[in-house]
Design a binder for this molecule. Sequence first.
Ligand SMILES: N[C@@H](CCC(=O)N[C@@H](CS)C(=O)NCC(=O)O)C(=O)O
Length: 216
Amino acid sequence: MKFELLSLSICPYVQRSVITLKHKKVPFTFKDVDIMNPPEWFLKVSPLGKVPVLIVDEKTAIFESAVINEFLDEVTEPRLMATDPLQKAFERAWIEYASELLGQLYGVSVETDRAALAPLKTELFETLQKLEAVVKGPYFRGSTFSLVDTSFAPLFVRLEILGALWADSAWAQMPKVRKWAESLIAFPAVRDSVTATFKQDYLGYLKKNESAILAV
Ligand SMILES: N[C@@H](CCC(=O)N[C@@H](CS)C(=O)NCC(=O)O)C(=O)O
């Protein structure tokens, strides 16, 4: 099969699929999309106007990062999703939870008002804290890397870059989550999933937005 990923370099949802593809050493190509001025051809294949979209064999468009990842996992080795139905449902539920957290991180990262930032930050850490009872380490389910890891890794990569969040005292209450985050940041496919200028691009985007998190 031939895979093309419609992308945006700083998008965490795109990064989920890149991690999956890199970990599986599956060849693919990128096509960057100007998401602020989406071209007609893009809106035809992405009904919600969002990236990522995976174009398979130049004809079928799959959208939604969790769906793209499950599809990639079913057609390429090694399998990252559980096969037992109960474990699979459990892992899907936590992938959904990662999407909620990415939404919260987005809210924190684009907030321009410092006073409004505090409750958003508290909410983000309270959501993260709930993982402490679930994560086994060094990866989500224990010794094997899974699609749950690919879905959380983009969150941790961004938290590390946002120094104020990475140094927050809330981490003291969740040592397992912190160790898991560190394992994922160091994971080869995660390191390879961003461009050399990613940190600069991400911080540049937040600076242009006048994000309050940069001044904390
Ligand atoms: N639920 C989607 C979320 C994707 C998403 O929000 N992508 C952002 C970029 S990071 C986007 O394309 N936004 C454009 C828009 O909302 O118009 C997924 O998991 O793939």
